[in-house]
Design a protein around this ligand. Structure first.
Ligand code: GAL
Length: 824
């Protein structure tokens, strides 16, 4: 064979290899089509920087086992380009590796590039350095913005294309998104908003990615951009074009948590109901936001005031473990929906409204039928007669009948176990004394408080926007000024009040080097007045204000213009009401804190001198200790109860801001949660009067085999002596199943069921959350369940008299059931 032939054959083989998995993605008014075939897409959001590459394969595996066929993620511009033209695609920012992990798991990908993303992400994903480009206005017809958006978006598309990751290249990506929820703000940008969104559409199209583009929450989305729905319920949504499928980009599985907030919960029944309704009413692409929320490591959270946990009450919890029963209940639903894929996407549809919010939908494909019975009445179960048979559908639920005869699934009947997660000390901790952590400490040096004459700092005769001065490289910025007082000065030499207006988010004030007070934003408003007494002296006085941000704003029209830090005025008020306004004084700006600069949290920091005898409740100190890696596979968390507020590092990895001293409001929690009726984020909350976040995730990949370094920067003062290392695991598994079914139980992470605390086959009930025997009960209940389950990782029990013998139930007990509480 000549060289030419070899080259041609190699090229053909190469292209065959590259394009062998290539598929064509198109759509019509009904569904997304893959190689011409209509598909149901059940997707889940998992943001790659909110976990670690080591966690990705297992997250994908669980997502797939949970019945998803796609994973969605945003792309986070300010994480990838933190400084102008300095890029980062390493570690958990390795987007290409992430997409390949999705593909390796046999899943499709939905890539929401944005690049504005919202997402409770710092500054909505946009880099702060953008603001230093002249004439920059975010998210509107603005050349400077459009130019930068174009450069970043093109780079991402090229990167992804270069790796053949779009579906038409054999990759997993079947849909891409440009912008995010622009429809919510477009009105505020006038005609420029409309021009901008048209530009976005043309620009996206010009990138030739070979798969459809979507715009979520954008009724004006210009064709061929597909407008899609976000929300708790999207069954009533219709796209702005008849020739596009009904797509739900964000089905909020719970909600995010802000510092000071309670824990939001959305029930499995309600999420399943919303999904059931969506597919009943012709939806064909749905994405859970979030399927796995994960953790806001480092400084990535924005809002502001978003906690480090981004658990979201998602089907996979913060640590990547099933959140039961939500995960399992949805898994069952997905299996039923997928089994009906052909009929749902090709069948003729007929709907019937029974009144009272009750309806049925029949999909008929060449005589094969599937039925949905939907009851959106939030109070009453409704019985309908369908083709001669009576069916009762519980309130606020959807029943699925894959043959239009048998209700195989009802969204309000949960048969998956409820797993009660517990945090426990590692077993070895009980044996060994070295689990009593030994702490040492250093002070954060504030030498500049004595003299503001510093090198390499910014000066201005005004109060500057904090994020512009720090360029978002730190949460901390010093605003410092001095003023001279002579005897004639009206405010001379008295006890004064220092008054400062601040917009974010924490202020520590010092006068002549002495800390006079700290105040932080509370109650949802981020600007506040600070006023404290201080003493000033004749001669030079120094005012030093340490302003601290807790993530930058991420949402709203013109959100980028929200000023951070000390807004002014800054006043000295004498008792006789005379004032001295320092707002336009000469201000000296110093970014960051010394300990951060010296990297006290890293190996470098270890070489410095740390002292024994830690001070308690002292502000601005660094603590250091070491701890052993808990054995096993279970997720690891730090209990930071007792500390104030600050940042924590494990082996140099920033595990995020901590703030266990911020306590959630005492009111509005409930021990039970009614799944019926529309959900809203404050509907079912727990954790009243508790720290917003006490437990902080340390991914196992951050840990060394034996000994780990833990460093804390404590800003408010606290007591680290209670800090401890725990693992998270299923403590109890509670499940019930009706006769004729099987009851399944399992523990996580290879652990076995150690005991059965309760088992009753008959008519057991729940009294104040505790299982109790009812009017009848098979005496063999407990022994049979123990026999079947104790010592096993999981077990399945046939719920019948064959297993348990007679239960002695009267005929009035229509459906016997088994209820079990197992200890893991
Ligand atoms: C949506 C937004 C998401 C996320 C969500 C709340 O409006 O598109 O990015 O912020 O709200 O979790």
């Amino acid at each position: 064979m000549g060289w030419n032939k070899i080259l041609v054959t190699t090229l053909i083989l190469f292209f065959f290899y590259i394009f062998s998995n290539a598929v064509e993605v198109s759509y019509d008014g009904r569904a997304l089509k893959i190689d011409g075939e209509r598909k149901l897409i059940i997707s889940g959001a998992i943001h790659y920087p909110r976990s670690t590459p080591e966690m990705w394969p297992s997250l994908m595996k669980k997502a797939k086992e949970g019945g998803l066929n796609a994973i969605e993620t945003y792309v986070f511009w300010n994480a990838h380009e933190p400084l102008y033209r300095q890029y980062d695609f390493e570690g958990n920012l390795d987007l290409v590796k992430y997409l390949k992990t999705i593909q390796d798991a046999g899943l499709y990908a939905i890539l929401r590039i944005g690049p504005y993303v919202c997402a409770e992400w710092n500054y909505g994903g946009l880099p702060v350095w953008l603001k230093s480009i002249p004439n920059m206005v975010f998210r509107t017809k603005n050349d400077a913005y459009m130019n930068e958006m174009k450069i970043f978006t093109t780079m991402i598309v090229d990167k992804v294309k270069g790796e053949n990751l779009f579906a038409n290249q054999g990759g997993p990506i079947i849909i891409a998104q440009i912008e995010n929820e622009y429809g919510n703000v477009i009105g505020k940008y006038g005609g420029d908003g409309k021009s901008y969104i048209n530009w976005c559409a043309n620009f996206a199209e010009s990138l030739n990615i070979g798969v459809p583009w979507i715009m979520c929450q954008e009724d004006d989305a210009p064709s061929p951009m597909i407008n899609t729905c976000n929300g708790y319920y999207c069954d009533q949504f219709t796209p702005n074009n008849n020739n596009v499928p009904k797509i739900w980009t964000e089905n909020w599985t719970g909600w995010y948590k802000g510092w000071g907030d309670k824990n939001p919960h959305r029930t499995a029944e309600d999420v399943a109901f919303a999904v059931g309704r969506f597919y009943q009413y012709g939806g064909t692409v749905q994405n859970y936001y979030m399927y796995h929320g994960g953790t806001n490591f480092g400084r990535v959270s924005g809002g502001p005031y978003i906690a480090t946990t981004y658990d979201y009450d998602a089907p996979l919890n913060e640590y990547g473990e099933p959140n039961q029963p939500k995960y399992g209940h949805l898994k069952e639903l997905h299996a039923h929906l997928m089994s009906m894929e052909k009929i749902l996407t090709y069948g003729n549809v007929t709907n019937k409204d029974y009144g009272n919010m009750m309806s049925h939908t029949i999909y008929n494909y060449n005589g094969t039928r599937v039925c949905f019975f939907g009851n959106a009445n939030q109070n009453d179960a409704i019985t309908i007669n369908f083709e001669g048979t009576n069916y009762t559908v519980p309130a606020w639920s959807v029943s699925i009948l894959p043959d239009c005869k048998t209700q195989v699934y009802n969204t309000a009947r949960v048969s998956t176990q409820t797993s009660v997660m517990v945090k426990k000390l590692p077993d070895e901790a009980k044996e060994k004394s070295h689990y009593n952590l030994e702490w040492s400490w250093r002070v954060e040096k504030f030498e500049h408080l004595k003299s503001h004459h510093l090198k390499g700092v910014t000066y201005a005769n005004q109060l500057l926007d904090q994020k512009l001065v720090t360029n978002d490289t730190s949460d901390y910025l010093w605003y410092m000024t001095s003023f001279e007082i002579d005897e004639d000065d009206p405010v001379c030499c008295e006890d004064i009040n220092l008054q400062v207006q601040n917009s974010g988010h924490i202020l520590h004030a010092f006068v002549n080097g002495k800390h006079i007070g700290t105040k932080y934003a509370q109650g949802g408003s981020y600007s506040f007045w600070f006023e404290r007494a201080a003493k000033i002296k004749k001669g030079i006085n120094q005012i030093s204000l340490l302003s601290v941000t807790v993530g930058l704003q991420n949402y709203g029209d013109h959100y980028d213009n929200t000023q951070n830090g000390i807004l002014g005025p800054v006043n000295i008020i004498a008792p006789n009401s005379r004032e001295k306004d320092l707002t336009n004084n000469k201000w000296v700006y110093k970014v960051g804190l010394n300990g951060f600069e010296q990297e006290l949290f890293s190996e470098k920091g270890k070489k410095r001198k740390w002292h024994p005898n830690i001070p308690l409740n002292r502000r601005f100190v660094w603590f250091q200790t070491t701890f052993r890696t808990p054995r096993g596979e279970e997720p690891v968390v730090l209990d930071l109860w007792g500390l104030g507020k600050g940042t924590a590092w494990v082996n140099g990895h920033n595990i995020g801001r901590y703030w266990p001293s911020i306590i959630a409001d005492n009111n509005g929690c409930s021990t039970s949660c009614d799944y019926r009726g529309s959900y809203y984020s404050s509907k079912c909350t727990t954790g009243c009067g508790q720290p917003t976040q006490r437990w902080y995730h340390v991914p196992r990949s951050f840990l060394r085999e034996e000994e780990n370094d833990l460093v804390l920067f404590e800003e408010f003062g606290g007591d680290p002596r209670n800090v401890s290392v725990h693992t998270v695991t299923v403590g109890q598994a509670i499940a019930h199943a009706y006769e004729g079914n099987s009851l399944n139980l399992s523990c996580n992470g290879g652990r076995v069921i150690s005991d059965i605390k309760f088992a009753s086959f008959g008519d057991p009930r729940k009294v104040y959350g505790t299982l109790r025997k009812g009017s009848c009960h098979s005496p063999k209940s407990l022994s049979m369940v123990k026999k079947a389950c104790v010592g096993k990782e999981s077990c399945s029990i046939d719920v019948s008299e064959r297993t348990f013998g007679p239960s002695g139930c009267r005929s009035s007990v229509k459906r016997k059931r088994l209820a079990v509480e197992a200890v893991c």
